[in-house]
Design a protein around this ligand. Structure first.
Ligand SMILES: [Zn+2]
Length: 229
């Protein structure tokens, strides 16, 4: 059990054991596309939207930061403004952590009751983003593409992967991360044809077989199929 104090609030955290409730078998593998518009799109059709409260709180954050700067150094008002800012900082971090934990718990838990227990996931490396060889934190990349302003983008792929890894282990699921340059958004999940997909295109329209689907959903199915290749 850990008791801690952050930004004037007390927190208690502890572990408890609770057996999972079995769910109906839906599929062996689940593909998760971690994206730009949505927090995540899954091959079973589940989507996790970016948290609105998070966006709003972040806007307020820059306003509070400006306020602190305007106050006189060493003044009581400045101290007050700093305290307010610290509290909001914590709130933003809490909203982000909550969204991320909900997603990673769901994603790692989901395949547990299925025979194969595989979770396929890939960080969405789009062409607009300068390619990197490693899975380094997205925080480094975010300023180059403002569209990546999601809770995951702010904490970095590293934290997302860290949570997924330990939760998958805990639930007995297998985590597979596709290589960064695997073109999950360019491949047609129905016929395998590959075509260019500029960032603004939200719908995948296959020029070969005519298949149409939401861009991220198509990518999630490709990631699901990737494991079987
Ligand atoms: Zn096709």
């Amino acid at each position: 059990m850990i008791i801690s104090k952050r930004a004037g609030n007390w927190y208690i955290s502890f572990k408890y054991d609770e057996g999972p409730t079995p769910t109906a078998k839906q599929g062996d593998i689940i593909g998760v596309d971690v994206g730009i518009n949505a927090l995540a799109t899954c091959s079973d059709g589940t989507t996790y939207a970016n948290v609105k409260a998070y966006k709003q709180a972040k806007k307020r954050l820059s306003r509070y930061q400006r306020r602190v700067k305007k106050k006189e150094l060493g003044s009581k008002n400045r101290a007050k403004a700093i305290k307010k800012l610290a509290r909001l900082h914590k709130k933003v971090a809490d909203i982000r952590a909550d969204a991320l934990h909900k997603l990673t718990t769901w994603a790692s838990f989901k395949p547990q009751h299925h025979s194969d227990r595989k979770l396929e996931c890939k960080w969405n490396a789009e062409k607009a983003v300068r390619p990197r060889d490693d899975d380094s934190s997205l925080a480094e990349r975010a300023p180059r593409d403002h569209k990546l302003a999601s809770a995951i983008a702010d904490c970095g792929f590293y934290e997302f992967k860290r949570q997924l890894s330990y939760k998958c282990e805990c639930y007995g699921s297998q985590l597979v991360i596709a290589p960064r340059f695997y073109p999950s958004s360019q491949i047609c999940s129905q016929c395998g044809h590959q075509q260019k997909m500029p960032l603004h295109k939200r719908t995948y329209e296959c020029s070969n077989c005519g298949f149409e689907a939401d861009r991220d959903f198509n990518a999630a199915i490709n990631l699901k199929n990737y494991v079987n290749q």
